[in-house]
Design a binder for this molecule. Structure first.
Ligand code: GKR
Ligand code: MG
Length: 424
């Protein structure tokens, strides 16, 4: 029997796509009518294709393009080599400066965010060459099914000037309970996360309490993305301490989170003040967070996210998983990673139920009992639907959006809006 061969990278394409998104509200504004994502395809001279997915803001696309041009010739098993290629390509193209996504996430180096989709694509190729799922390349799945949480958003009934979407308005506690009920009935979720930072804290507390009353056996979280002061955060933590499994980013910054942590037993979680390896030391020293939300798009790919898992274990911190609006390639990567990370014991976030379009063929990533079964086919285990990719690329060209601009979009509807960061 001949040994499996992945070959060398022969060609890389980066295709920006746009998919429809409801008007979901958050601390910095509201989701635009379309989410932009980039689909990376890495071809090899052995005829294999590996997939990755990432953000698609203009500056990020330029950086992806620089790496795509530099990658041909690379060995698909040389992941350290990939980082070198990315570092050099960014140095040459952009000076390797930081990156910002959606007004909420700022990273000091773009290397991790740019390397991520290529690393996922190379792991997809390795798995395809070896005939093994990506979770096997990450140490093996410790769970067959990855639990996800219902991700609730306050929302408008529809984008202004468009028809209402099927979710309707999400503003009152009753409407949010109805939103949760639909998510739980359709997907079987056993954990529920409320995106807060939209209304004054008493309203959001009332929503959480209504959810707790309606779903007494579900695990609950709220994430106001740093909308509260330290004092308010301490007060809310006191009110919700027996109700939540964790409180996510109540207030901005490591210092602020540490100040809150001193006054509550409720675990504090973050995907805002610890979003790169350099943030771990100060966060641990200050005992600022008890749960870190990993995200392979931000942390440099699947293997570096696994490394983050090891660091969290070392320092006794819990591990969960963050999500931004995404498609099936990302969901597959998230599922393999979560399956192969033993201490990722919280249900992962996903925006998946909010989308109505995808680039992967249906049938593999089904939610059942709140979880997604780890794809068993080689690599990521998902297949690109070329027609859907072309259609969503056409939609990208036509929609006119070229970046995530939640605040600007909100201001086009509510003039004078300013982000709610540390407002209350
Ligand atoms: O999709 O509006 C959103 C979320 O607020 C997202 O951008 C956050 O990054 O979901 C994320 C979070 O947990 O903070
Ligand atoms: Mg968060």
């Amino acid at each position: 029997m001949s040994a499996p061969v992945a070959g060398r990278v022969s060609k890389v394409t980066v295709t920006p796509v746009a998919f429809r998104d409801p008007p979901l509200l958050n601390v910095v504004g509201v989701h635009q009518p379309y989410v932009l994502r980039a689909i990376v395809q890495v071809h090899t001279d052995e005829g294999l294709v590996g997939l990755g997915e990432t953000y698609a803001d203009q500056a990020h696309l330029a950086r992806l393009g620089a790496v795509a041009a530099a990658l041909p010739g690379a060995d698909v098993f040389d992941l350290h080599g990939l980082r070198r290629v990315v570092t050099e390509a960014l140095g040459a193209s952009t000076g390797g400066a930081g990156a910002s996504f959606g007004g909420m996430l700022e990273v000091s180096s773009a290397v991790d965010t740019v390397a991520s989709p290529f690393e996922v694509a190379l792991l997809d190729l390795q798995g395809k060459a070896l005939g093994r799922p990506v979770s096997d390349l990450l140490g093996g799945a410790v769970r067959e099914r990855v639990p996800y949480s219902a991700y609730l958003f306050y929302k408008w009934a529809g984008h202004p000037g468009h028809d209402e979407d099927t979710w309707g308005e999400g503003r009152t506690p009753e409407q949010m309970v109805a939103q949760a009920r639909r998510m739980v009935e359709e997907y079987g979720f056993t954990a529920i996360k409320l995106k807060g930072g939209v209304y004054e804290p008493p309203h959001e507390i009332e929503t959480v309490e209504a959810l707790a009353a309606a779903f007494p056996d579900h695990r609950l979280r709220i994430d106001p993305n740093g909308a509260w002061t330290v004092e308010t955060s301490i007060e809310v933590a006191g009110r919700l301490s027996g109700v939540l499994e964790y409180l996510e980013d109540p207030t901005p910054g490591i210092e602020g989170m540490a100040a809150v942590a001193q006054h509550t037993d409720l675990p504090l979680a973050t995907n805002m003040c610890v979003i790169a390896f350099e943030h771990l030391k100060p966060a641990v020293a200050a005992d600022a967070v008890q749960v870190v939300l990993s995200d392979h798009h931000l942390w440099g790919g699947l293997r570096r996210s696994a490394l983050l898992g090891g660091i969290c274990e070392t320092f006794g911190m819990g591990l969960s998983m963050h999500s931004n609006s995404h498609l099936g390639v990302s969901l597959a990567a998230m599922t393999h990673l979560a399956a192969a990370t033993p201490n990722l014991t919280y249900a992962c976030d996903t925006h998946y139920p909010w989308k109505t379009e995808d680039v992967v063929k249906p049938g593999v990533l089904e939610f059942r009992d709140g979880g997604v079964a780890v794809p068993a086919a080689p690599g990521l285990g998902v297949e690109l639907d070329e027609d859907a990719l072309a259609a969503l690329h056409e939609q990208y060209v036509a929609c006119g959006q070229r970046g995530r601009e939640d605040t600007a979009y909100m201001r086009s509807i509510v003039p004078g809006f300013t982000p709610n960061t540390a407002r209350w």
